[in-house]
Design a protein around this ligand. Structure first.
Ligand SMILES: CC(C)(COP(=O)(O)OP(=O)(O)OC[C@H]1O[C@@H](n2cnc3c(N)ncnc32)[C@H](O)[C@@H]1OP(=O)(O)O)[C@@H](O)C(=O)NCCC(=O)NCCS
Length: 144
């Protein structure tokens, strides 16, 4: 059974494998570490037995949150895990008093956009050339 729980330091090597296989400009392990130790962040992992399948992170400021990371292990994508993670993140941040969640996504990332829209995010802006490698516009989305 897939469970969602808070990310722990011991998860970082598995998280880094997923990060590296999915992104051309991956976060470093130290990057994750510095966010994990902050009080204003929430990082969740999806796991099955002892295996990490994906993760999602958010930074919160007052009643607003910014989703910084969402990724699922390549060999487990398209099985509902990303949706589970973001859904749980919405629930937990709402409980913590967050009423607006923001995120950016590559314009070409139709799968991610589909997942976010299914969960109630709407597109509300374009960030010109927001992404590198390759250069691409970012779509700004909000869940309120
Ligand atoms: C984006 C990502 C997090 C989504 O997680 P996931 O577990 O693969 O997605 P899910 O299985 O929960 O949902 C996929 C949905 O997208 C749909 N989908 C798949 N490919 C699609 C495409 N090319 N265009 C539109 N919709 C698509 C699926 O049908 C499914 O929708 P449904 O539930 O209505 O049938 C994951 O694919 C991933 O890690 N991608 C690489 C990293 C990334 O892009 N992260 C997001 C950065 S903003």
């Amino acid at each position: 059974m897939i469970q969602i729980r808070e990310m722990e330091f011991d998860d970082l090597s598995a998280v880094m494998e997923i990060e590296n296989e999915n992104f051309s400009k991956p976060w470093t392990e130290n990057g994750f570490f510095t966010f994990l130790i902050r009080d204003d962040t929430l990082f969740l992992v999806a796991c099955e037995d002892d295996q990490i399948l994906g993760y999602c992170g958010v930074v919160m400021v007052m009643d607003e949150g910014d989703i910084t990371n969402v990724a699922v292990s390549k060999n487990r994508q398209n099985q509902g895990i990303g949706k589970l993670l973001v859904e749980e993140m919405i629930k937990r941040t709402q409980t913590a008093g967050v009423s607006k969640l923001y995120l950016e996504v590559r314009q070409s990332n139709l799968r991610a956009i589909h997942v976010y829209e299914k969960l109630g995010f709407v597109q509300n802006g374009l960030r010109k050339n927001y992404y590198e490698a390759p250069t691409e516009d970012g779509i700004l989305m909000v869940h309120a």
